[in-house]
Write a protein that binds this ligand. Structure first.
Ligand code: FDA
Length: 433
């Protein structure tokens, strides 16, 4: 522990902390290179953004203008437009007349941005715990335990550890029961043993489910694909302009100061902008596919509406799956090769790394529902003797609104967190625009 104390330790290096690292770099450049001591730690061996779902043709759900920097600093050299220019595709992209690049292209942009970050990033390493360092009755520093056996001291932390795949409790994952988070590698691993006419079951009614259904149907022309979901049909994502304002940077101000009941109501009313919904174009594609098969009398795409999985049994060479139609109680039994759970994600407890009663976790303030309290500049609210700062980048829907775990506000949030970090640091305090 002889290394100098950090001003900022970033836990996780997905888009949220990548945006923060770019803001730190720009701050360093603006202040003549002096300034913050930082380290970002990422458990993946290299940069990767939801690699398991980089399906060919799948597009972004946010405008490319909501990249890592533009909404904080439109003149930044790390924008999506700068990336296009450097790749020699700016004119081609303009001619494509879209706000929504493919996820594959956006991943390449994120990778490009990660490669140009000057802040040190330690890949292949996990932060396993954050311990408070008590001195003179105050907690000014945190000690981070890393999986490589080292430790670091820091004045502030940005926790951007993302979401955790959710699988219904009634299901046990195995070689043939997989979550979408690892869809592409799982499919590649299974491919050698798939029969010529494989049967796939996809559970879920949201965007990932619809994308996986479409992918399996197109990729395996002799496959049967069973799409099982609880609603009557895929519902379209509300990306209309007025509703979309819920993701604006300014909306975070309004949301954060609103009464708790109003916040809950707004989250409920606008859930259809993000949760359990599907891009309308994709819905229409799937509908056309299903209809064309009805006309041809060769159904390969089977939509099980208002349905749920009753039972799944995995044996050596496949799955026995029972699907119950909730309206009629009718049960259909299928023999399948793979069940893909497109059942979403959950927020892990943001304080898990902070330890229980002995750790900082006990000093974190919570609301009546047990959710952590978070200041507008993304810091956990703690007892007053805790003067180090723990910032949450994600998992703050209840305090900062629907954009919390999305890309929409990654850029402006990075600027806000940087300002907060600077307040806790011993460094010059200029912040880039
Ligand atoms: P993200 O999950 O990307 O990164 C967290 C990182 O932390 C991971 O790399 C993880 O390995 C690392 N980590 C976790 N714990 C650690 C520890 N203890 N130590 C070290 N490292 C640790 N949103 C949007 O706005 N528009 C979109 O189009 C999409 N599209 C989309 C597609 C798919 C398939 C998914 C699953 C999600 C989206 N999203 C999205 C939402 C998504 O949450 C968002 O795009 C970003 O990934 C959020 O970035 P974060 O950095 O917060 O988390």
């Amino acid at each position: 522990m002889s290394a100098p104390v950090l001003d900022l330790l970033g836990v996780g290096f997905g888009p949220a902390n990548l945006a923060l690292a770019l803001a730190v770099d720009e701050h360093r450049a603006a202040t003549g290179g002096a300034g913050l001591r930082t380290l970002f730690v990422e458990r993946q061996p290299g940069f990767g953004w939801h690699r398991g779902m980089l399906l060919p043709g799948a597009t972004m759900q946010v405008s490319f203008l909501k990249d890592l920097v533009t909404q904080r600093n439109p003149t930044s050299g790390a924008s999506f437009v700068a990336y296009l220019h450097e790749r020699g595709r700016l004119a081609d992209f303009v001619n494509a007349r879209t706000f929504y690049p493919t996820r594959l292209e956006f991943h390449d942009y994120l990778q490009w941005a990660a490669d140009r970050v000057r802040c040190p990033v330690r890949y292949g390493t996990e932060v396993t715990a954050l311990h408070p360092v008590r001195r003179g009755g105050r907690v000014e520093l945190l000690e981070a335990e890393l999986s490589d056996g080292t430790g670091v001291l820091t004045r502030s932390v940005s926790l951007a550890t993302g979401l955790r795949p959710r699988v219904p409790r009634s299901l046990r994952t195995g070689a043939r029961v997989r979550h979408t988070a690892t869809f592409l590698p799982d499919l590649a691993a299974l491919e050698p043993v798939l029969p010529p006419e494989p049967v796939f079951v996809v559970l879920g009614g949201g965007q990932s489910a619809a994308e996986v259904v479409q992918h399996l149907h197109a990729r395996y022309p002799r496959a049967r694909v069973h799409s099982v979901f609880r609603s009557f049909g895929f519902s379209p994502a509300d990306d209309s302009p007025f509703a979309n304002r819920v993701f604006d940077p300014g909306a975070v101000d309004e949301f954060h100061t609103a009464p708790g009941g109003v916040r809950e109501e707004l989250l409920r009313r606008h859930a259809g902008t993000n949760y359990s919904v599907v891009d309308l174009d994709l819905i229409q594609d799937l509908y056309r596919t299903e209809y064309a098969e009805k006309v041809a009398g060769t159904a390969r795409l089977h939509l099980h509406r208002a349905s749920e999985l009753l039972q799944v049994r995995e044996d050596g060479d496949g799955l026995d799956v029972a699907v119950a139609e909730r309206t009629s109680g009718l049960v259909r039994r299928l023999r399948a090769d793979l069940l893909v759970c497109a059942t979403g994600y959950e927020h892990p407890d943001p304080t898990a790394l902070l330890g229980g009663p002995q750790g900082l976790g006990a000093a974190v303030h919570r609301d009546d529902d047990g959710r952590v309290l978070v200041t507008r500049d993304h810091r956990l609210v703690t007892d007053p003797d805790v003067t180090c700062a723990v910032h949450l980048l994600g998992g703050t829907e209840h305090t900062h609104g629907l954009s919390s775990s999305l890309l929409s506000n990654a850029a402006p949030r990075a600027g806000e967190v940087l300002e907060s970090v600077l307040r806790h640091a011993r460094a010059p305090r200029a912040v880039p625009a």
